[in-house]
Design a protein around this ligand. Structure first.
Ligand code: NAD
Ligand code: LMR
Length: 329
């Protein structure tokens, strides 16, 4: 008998990331080739028709693992029984919109979604927030789900992690598979800090890369940290397939475990490690064992890294204070 399908709720299902994500989930890439899934697509009313079209296409793929598709425009229904929640739909910044307006508009999305998760999601719910500002949106959702352990909420910095892997691999002339133990610290924003001081390239330390300060400071860090903006500039739209790919990687590793001898990066609720204030959703080096993220402990943080981690964390504190002032956390 085939196992019970896992309920995966995807918000913003009719958007560009949704279109790149849903087919991969249904094909088994999110949870594994033996795990049937039931998709629960959550959209705003204006997005429902397009979501129906995507559902027709999903049907037309005849994916053996796809046990069903339901479409909702109500978060309470969309998250009912959800085992995995991929919170992709968010309010983009539009012309003339101030940062506080953006945070408030997203509070209007992530507060009710947190409440809906609290009310009806399955006991093993795991949430990945992709929609920007992802860290603070995750903080808002977690704040409104007091009965769900805060460790079940995470924000996506895996795309930044993957971007950094490729930049290092290209510089070192190795395959991405040979680059390990990179870390993205802080916020999924231009203040993020991609840290290669503990990384290994083909099993060796990255001494020659870290010693190359012009490359590190003027190329590697800004290229990774501003890659999202560069893609918007080039494509006229924000990254979609690579963002969907990172979401798949994040949840796959969370549920199935990270590989031995390596770690990845995820925005998770801080326990105070590395001087990041408790309760902030910040990116850390993490491993997953048995379905729980754990922060990699004991890394020595030099002055160069400390200043950059602190700067990104300061931005997260500002965002938290802004949503606190709005009564959202
Ligand atoms: P998009 O505009 O193509 O799609 C967003 C979809 O969300 C739309 O279909 C919209 O109708 C829907 N939506 C809006 N409010 C909703 C709500 N309350 N409930 C359910 N659905 C809702 O955007 P996209 O390109 O798919 O990007 C989605 C988000 O992901 C954006 O915020 C983007 O900035 C962010 N993003 C994050 C990362 C990351 O690495 N964390 C990377 C790329 C993009
Ligand atoms: C990205 O990193 O590609 C996105 O977060 C950019 C954006 O603003 O949507």
């Amino acid at each position: 008998m085939s196992p019970t399908p896992v309920n995966v709720t995807v918000t913003g299902a009719a958007g560009q990331i949704g279109y790149a994500l849903l087919f991969r989930i249904a094909s088994g890439q999110l949870l594994g080739p033996d795990v049937p899934v039931r998709l629960r697509l959550l959209e705003i009313p204006q997005g429902v028709k397009a979501a129906e079209g995507t559902a027709m296409e999903l049907d037309d793929c005849a994916f053996p693992l796809l046990a069903g598709i339901d479409i909702f425009d109500n978060p309470r229904e969309g998250f009912d029984g959800a085992n995995i929640g991929l919170l992709v739909g968010a309010r983009p910044r539009t012309k003339g919109m101030e940062r506080a307006d953006l945070l408030e508009a997203n509070g209007g999305i992530f507060k009710p979604q947190g409440e809906a998760i609290n009310a009806g999601a399955a006991d093993d719910i795991r949430v990945l927030v992709v929609g920007n500002p992802a860290n603070t949106n995750a903080l808002i959702a977690a704040s409104h789900a007091p009965d769900v352990p805060s460790s079940r909420f995470s924000a996506m910095t895996r795309l930044d992690h993957n971007r950094a892997l490729t930049q290092v691999a290209k510089r070192a002339g190795v395959s991405v598979d040979e680059v390990r133990r990179l870390t993205i610290w802080g916020n999924h924003s231009a203040t993020q800090y991609p840290d290669i001081f503990h990384a290994k390239v083909a099993g060796s330390p990255t001494t020659s890369l870290t010693a190359d300060e012009p490359w590190l400071v003027d190329e590697f860090i800004p290229v990774v940290a501003t890659r999202g903006a560069a893609i918007i500039e080039a494509r006229g739209a924000s990254s979609a397939a690579s963002a969907a790919n990172a979401a798949i990687d994040h949840v796959h590793d969370w549920v199935n475990g990270t590989r031995e001898g390596d770690w990845t990066s995820a925005g998770i609720v801080s326990d105070g490690s590395y001087g990041v204030p408790e309760g902030l959703v910040s990116s850390f080096p993490v491993v997953s064992h048995g379905g729980d993220w754990e922060i990699v402990q004991g890394l020595e943080i030099g002055e160069f890294s400390r200043a950059r981690i602190d700067a990104s964390v300061a931005e997260l504190v500002e965002e938290r204070d802004a949503v606190r002032a709005l009564g959202l956390v």
